[in-house]
Design a protein. Sequence first.
Length: 111
Amino acid sequence: MIYTILIWVVLLVILWMVLIRPSRNRQRALTDLQSSIGPGDEVMLTSGIFGVVRSIDDQRVELEIAPGTTIQVARRAVLEQVPGKTDEPDDDTSAEADPTQDRDGHDEESE
């Protein structure tokens, strides 16, 4: 009898450690992020739209999604803050493309 109760307690603790605790931590981190954003921050919304925060109040965020184009969204729609961009180009974009080669670097004329 006592072993059965002990097994159930251990299983419930494991369930809490695996499912509930990480979910709470993610929610807490998201809430902290949404309260810490400010004007000038680049963010991504839950819908996948990227923009720069222009103004913010308790419930709304005004994002500039293109030069001269702003939208207002709920503050809770902010999913993540986009890390700052570096001046170093990616490997794929650093070299100029050779017009005689296709995307894989093979000569088009030889095919």
